[in-house]
Design a protein around this ligand. Structure first.
Ligand code: FES
Length: 525
């Protein structure tokens, strides 16, 4: 008998002892398995439609994460009996695309243009003009993917789409992806390109896509382009090459015009990649006057921070982990419809919340909601600076079945500390103080919902003048858009990449000391 995944129709033979997650991976069906199948992240939830006694009983760990009888964690549900089919549904989640809808006006000078009835990319004839020419800007995050479809005749963004990176089922951070790539690089490559194809097909007729600009950290970018990421897994942890890359859609098996150029922005070094460069490009901090030093923080699983102005730029990456993207947190979830995005604790302890899309039934808490919850817990003196609850209560109930525990708070503490340490080390390296910073650009999938005051309260952001903090949404994909529609911007990106100094946090003498001293929820200057 088989396990049958009802939505895709894929199936495989039942083997006693196998987990449902192992089937999902084998059949390449998308599921978030951020903890790598250890039953710790709660992200691999599935719905078992019919399996009377054919699966193992729910474990204690599962009961922590799933509250409906039919729901299971795919990594913990094992096949017990093989004499009847097991029907499984994998819930699909639509990501809320956090972008402002306002794009910087820049002169339109794309590489792709029309000459008569033909479409050209620079001097290369790439096909017949059929009424529309589109480009794709793709940001490959470790946890989340974001795509802009851009009309190359007007330069306008036609549509946007976002979804989870399907590679999360093989691990939730760049290190676990590198490890998986040792035996299954081809699987990771296929996963990401298939996801890109699906996103493109959702947005337009793929043959109308004539150029793509791709950004991502070095592991994400190089997996997409099919370069080995092995060198990033061993000292000195550098990519094969930091240069920009260019292939055709045909070479990569992408469903766009076969001759469409797929261009990857250059990398900066080690784990600081094309996405960080795209943020620098979008914020134009590389043009900032000598007396105006800017900082850009792109909060994600691999958080990048850049600092400087037109005279000097430095950048680093911090392994913040996916906590602020909702993974590894029992009640956490990405920015999907129904996610709790705002949390308030009233004076008598009553919790109020708002969900994305105003959904009546919350499905979890996304990054901005987690930051709110922490700040409120601190302000209402329900937890101390180390994140421990006062009194007997050891968790905050946010909604039915949605609670934030001390264990979750520890994960968030590690994530915010990684960012805070990155900021402090960069300031020290640059030889400036926070008060010397003119602007802090806050970028990332969930930042538009983030309450700046609360991010400062928990020590994720420094305690600077509030007016200096500027939320710039998903600046990485915006930078990719600019490099797509402007030759000048692309040239600038190539030039700027060469002059950004890369700082390796772990090589700093006082790194561990600083990290431990920062493991505290407090404002800092
Ligand atoms: S993969 Fe199942 S709980 Fe993390």
């Amino acid at each position: 008998m088989n396990v049958i995944f009802t939505e895709s129709g894929k199936e495989a033979k039942l083997v006693e002892g196998r987990t449902i997650l192992s089937y999902l991976q084998e059949l390449e069906i998308d599921i978030n398995a951020s903890c790598g199948g250890e039953g710790k992240c709660g992200q691999c939830q599935i719905e078992v439609e019919c399996a009377s006694g054919a699966l193992s009983d729910k474990t204690e760990a599962e009961n922590e994460f799933v509250h409906e009888d039919t729901c299971r964690l795919a990594c913990l549900a094992r096949v017990l009996k093989t004499d009847e089919h097991i029907y499984v549904r994998v819930p699909r989640r639509t990501y809320y695309v956090l972008e402002s809808g306002e794009y910087k006006e820049i002169a339109l000078e794309p590489f792709v243009h029309i000459e008569g009835e033909r479409v050209f990319c620079e001097s290369e004839d790439v096909g017949e003009y059929t009424g529309e020419i589109y480009g794709i800007a793709l940001d490959i995050g470790t946890t989340t993917l974001a795509v802009y479809l851009i009309d190359l005749e007007s330069g306008k963004v036609s549509s946007v789409i976002s979804r989870e990176n399907p590679q999360t089922k093989y691990g939730n951070n760049v290190i676990s992806r590198i490890e998986f790539a040792r035996k299954g690089q081809d699987i990771l490559e296929r996963e990401i390109r298939t996801a890109a194809n699906e996103m493109i097909a959702t947005l337009t007729e793929p043959s109308k896509v004539y150029e793509m600009v791709v950004v991502g950290n070095p592991v994400m970018r190089d997996l997409f382009f099919g370069y080995s990421v092995e060198s990033l897994g061993k000292s000195p942890y550098e990519p094969l090459s930091v240069e920009s890359v260019s292939k055709t859609a045909k070479e990569l098996g992408l469903e766009a015009n076969p001759e469409a150029r797929v261009y990857g922005l250059p990398l900066i070094g080690s784990f600081v990649g094309a996405d960080a460069l795209a943020v620098v490009l979008a914020t134009e901090m590389y043009k900032s006057e000598s007396d105006k030093i800017c900082m850009a923080i792109d909060v994600g699983t691999n958080t990048e921070i850049a600092l400087g102005n037109k005279d000097r730029l430095i950048a680093t990456s911090c392994a913040a982990g996916p906590a602020f993207e909702g993974a590894g947190i029992a009640c956490g979830i990405g920015g999907v419809s129904g996610a709790i995005r705002e949390v308030k604790i009233e004076n008598f302890g009553e919790v109020k919340y708002k969900t994305i899309d105003d959904a009546a039934v919350p499905v979890g808490v996304c990054g901005s909601g987690l930051i709110d919850a922490l700040a409120e817990l601190l302000d209402k003196k329900l937890i101390d600076g180390r994140g421990k609850f006062y009194g007997d209560k050891k968790e905050l109930k946010i909604a039915e079945g949605i609670t934030l525990s001390e264990k979750d708070i520890d994960q968030l503490n590690l994530a915010k500390t990684a960012v805070a340490v990155g900021i402090k080390v960069l300031l020290e390296r640059y030889g400036v103080k926070l008060e010397d910073i003119d602007s802090i650009f806050l970028a990332g999938g969930f930042v538009n919902f983030t309450n700046t005051e609360h991010a400062i309260r928990i020590g994720l952001l420094p305690d600077v003048e509030r007016g200096k903090v500027k939320k710039v949404g998903n600046a990485a994909v915006e930078g990719a858009r600019q490099a797509l529609i402007s030759k000048t911007k692309r040239e600038e990106a190539e030039a700027v990449a060469k002059r950004i100094e890369h700082v390796k946090l772990e090589e700093e003498d006082n790194f561990m000391e600083l990290f431990v001293s920062e493991l505290y929820f407090q404002k800092y200057l």
